[in-house]
Ligand binder design. Structure first.
Ligand SMILES: [Zn+2]
Length: 303
């Protein structure tokens, strides 16, 4: 039930009301910072629209709710691409939206990270979200409102706020360590690692390798600690050591999204605001086919 979700009272009551008034179709934009529960709310709303037990909320226990949670419900589809949803994915959504639903209930398309959408994909999407067919709902999620205005104007925008440390049952310091990322915090709470135990920046490559292999929160925490160690010592490091650090990251993973998330965290940790714009620019370069290793070197020489 919506009542089981901690935080965001306003969004919860708004969405419950949307379900209650029994809309035939709709287009929503759920936006909130990184680490906020955009997916949790998207799935909750999808369950609320389709739950077979509770007409104004979701039960979380019926066959429909359980299948939506496990990603096995054909009428609720999550569309995503780490580098931005592509035009052929949008075309597929348009095709599916115009065909009838599998289970005879409501079709829900959750389109993730709309802020990364390219212009041609956005234009294709505009036509379908303007007037979704009966029984069709679009939930778009975004980490910012810096998106094509015509998408915003065609949707009902719902702000999903991050949970605060108190709602998550952790200290301010722990919250800061994870930048409020709810998914990571929940995993961390289960294992209880000492966040003060230091990890050297020179080991970041190994920790990235481990994380790519096991996906464990422990490896993730070690990456964060290595980066913090680098940030704390960077003013004492020679350029050659900064280049070594960038190379270690690349040795750990050549994946653009890994480089991007480490740069993102570096920007958050950087206390020299005069550098922020330049750093964001380098991070932004990763969206284009530039050499990842080179971008990492430029970034860590500059920071
Ligand atoms: Zn249910």
């Amino acid at each position: 039930m919506f009542g089981d979700i901690i935080s965001n009272e306003e969004a919860k009551s708004f969405l419950k009301n949307e379900i209650k008034i029994g809309k035939k179709s709709g287009t929503y934009l759920f936006y909130g910072e990184r680490g906020s529960e955009l997916m949790e709310f998207s799935l909750a709303f999808a369950k609320g629209l389709n739950c077979s037990e509770d007409p104004v909320d979701f039960c979380g226990k019926c066959d429909v709710c359980l299948r939506i949670d496990s990603g096995n419900y054909p009428d609720v589809e999550v569309v995503e691409d780490p580098t931005g949803i592509k035009i052929n994915q949008v075309r597929e959504v348009i095709y599916k939206a115009s065909s009838s639903s599998y289970e005879g209930r409501k079709k829900v398309f959750i389109l993730k990270d709309i802020e990364n959408l390219r212009v041609e994909a956005a234009n294709a999407l505009l036509k379908i979200i303007e007037e979704p067919g009966e029984g069709t709902f679009f939930i778009m999620t975004s980490h910012s409102l810096n998106i094509i205005p015509t998408i915003i104007s065609r949707s009902t925008a719902v702000h999903i706020k991050k949970k605060n440390p108190e709602e998550l049952g952790i200290t301010e310091e722990e919250y800061e360590f994870f930048f409020g990322d709810v998914a990571e915090i929940e995993m961390y709470k289960k294992i209880g690692i000492d966040l003060h135990h230091p990890v050297s920046y020179s080991d970041i490559g190994e920790h990235i390798k481990n994380y790519v292999k096991d996906g464990e929160i422990e490896s993730r925490i070690n990456i964060k600690k290595s980066l913090r160690d680098f940030m704390g010592n960077r003013r004492f490091l020679d350029d050659i050591e900064k280049i070594y650090f960038a190379e270690e990251i690349y040795r750990g993973s050549r994946d653009r999204s890994v480089a991007e998330s480490i740069m993102y965290e570096g920007i958050l940790l950087n206390d020299d605001l005069s550098k922020t714009e330049g750093l964001l620019h380098i991070k932004g370069m990763l969206r284009f086919p530039v050499n990842v290793q080179l971008a990492l070197k430029m970034f860590f020489l500059k920071i």
